[in-house]
Design a protein around this ligand. Structure first.
Ligand code: PLP
Length: 385
């Protein structure tokens, strides 16, 4: 089974380009609203997954908030219509300029990752005679059972504050006049498909909340559990929408919120991955002694995930129904890692055929580069056709 694409309309389009299925994105957003709404959870879209202007507009129109990791993301979100009171700003290396701009926008919350950052936000807010709302990012030491390069919740990495240092850091925050501690923030990793990792996170947060209440008599109004919900890269046609129902149910079941506490989360990948495909043409069929290579006009500069994370993307030939053959699908970039898939079974392919590299809506277009002086990929939306 292949995805449904307006292939005839692709004929006059220069490849490669991203194609976004607006209907699927809207269905996904509806599902998120329905499932999170059951429990009153607040959802902030993690903008770093895809900051295409139209995508941001569609997401802001659906009522979600935004989770940003740079000053430019904050600006893009304001321009796309996200209200400032729904914008949170995370990241380990916020510069003074970025902090000042976010203070001027009056965003909802800074997710703070170190004690020094907290002091700097306090100083900059003092200079403007404002009070910045902050959440402390805690490193909960929970194993997300995912790729090493996208695991962030284990002890001693650059993200967040360690559990042992947390009480002192909180006491310090309470001495600062121009920051107000309004939450605790967690994020354990990405592409998590084993829900027990989220259960572990809930248990850890419960223990931590008990400890903070006993030691510091502290209950913060907001608990942010980050992002990380995975999508099905193998079967995008059967499972186009991530399992938000189970995801939100896990938090409602295992996380003990205190009276008046609100749960926030920050999905990125699971919102946008499946609505996007990278459309590319076969430039050459190259037959080796053992292998057949399909050399396509998209490269790792358009979609870097396979080269960077060894990640799997389903590949479909949209213009052939002939008997299947096995190919390595590779790009034109001068790097041996420029491979989209090895030993892939596709309908028999020839020069000029159009392929779809699926589930490319998250960490695709936004990570494109101009290496080899290539043009950045264009983007089209299903309702452009
Ligand atoms: C990357 C990131 C997210 C989004 O992660 P996904 O796996 O795309 O859902 C959310 N919160 C933080 C702090 C992040 O760094």
């Amino acid at each position: 089974m292949k995805g449904v694409f307006p292939v005839a309309r692709f004929e006059d389009k220069e490849t490669p380009f991203y194609y976004y299925d607006v209907e699927l994105l809207e269905k996904t957003l509806d599902t998120i609203k329905t499932e999170s709404g059951k429990y009153g959870f607040k959802v902030h879209y993690a903008v770093k997954a895809n900051a295409n202007k139209r995508i941001l507009q569609l997401i802001s129109q659906s009522g979600l908030g935004a989770d940003c990791v740079s000053g430019n993301e904050v600006k893009a979100c304001v321009e796309a219509g996200f209200p400032a009171e729904k914008i949170v700003f995370a990241g380990v290396g916020k510069t003074d300029k970025e902090i000042n701009e976010a203070l001027d926008c009056n965003i909802f919350c800074f997710n703070v990752e170190s004690r020094q950052e907290m002091d700097v936000i306090n100083e900059l807010a003092a200079a403007k005679s404002v009070k910045a709302q902050i959440a402390i990012r805690v490193n909960p030491n929970v194993d997300a059972h995912t790729h090493a390069k996208i695991t962030t919740g284990l002890n001693e990495n650059k993200f967040g504050i360690n559990l042992e240092m947390l009480p002192d850091t909180i006491r310090h925050a309470q001495t600062l006049e121009h920051v107000e501690l309004i939450g605790l923030h967690f994020h354990i990793g990405s592409q998590i498909t084993d829900m027990s990792a989220f259960e572990d996170l809930c248990v850890r947060i419960n223990e931590l909340q008990d400890e903070l209440e006993q030691k510091l008599n502290l209950v913060v109004p907001n608990i942010n559990v980050g992002g990380g919900l995975g999508v099905n890269y193998e079967h995008p046609n059967h499972l186009p929408i991530a399992d938000f129902e189970t995801y939100f149910r896990v938090f409602s079941k295992y996380l003990k919120l205190r009276a008046g506490q609100t749960l926030h989360c920050e999905p990125g990948r699971s919102v946008v991955a499946q609505c996007g495909s990278l459309i590319t043409r076969v430039t050459y069929l190259k037959e080796g002694t053992v292998k057949k290579f399909l050399i396509v006009d998209a490269g790792m500069t358009d979609l870097i995930r396979p080269a960077m994370y060894d990640s799997y993307h389903r590949i479909e030939n949209l213009t052939s129904d002939e008997a299947e053959e096995t190919y390595d699908v590779v790009g034109p970039i001068c790097e041996s890692s420029d491979v989209f898939g090895k030993d892939r079974v596709l309908n028999k392919s020839k020069r000029g055929d159009v392929l779809a590299i699926r589930s490319a809506g998250a960490y695709g277009e936004i990570m494109s580069s101009r290496y080899n002086l290539r043009a950045l990929p264009k983007a089209y939306f299903s309702d452009d056709f």
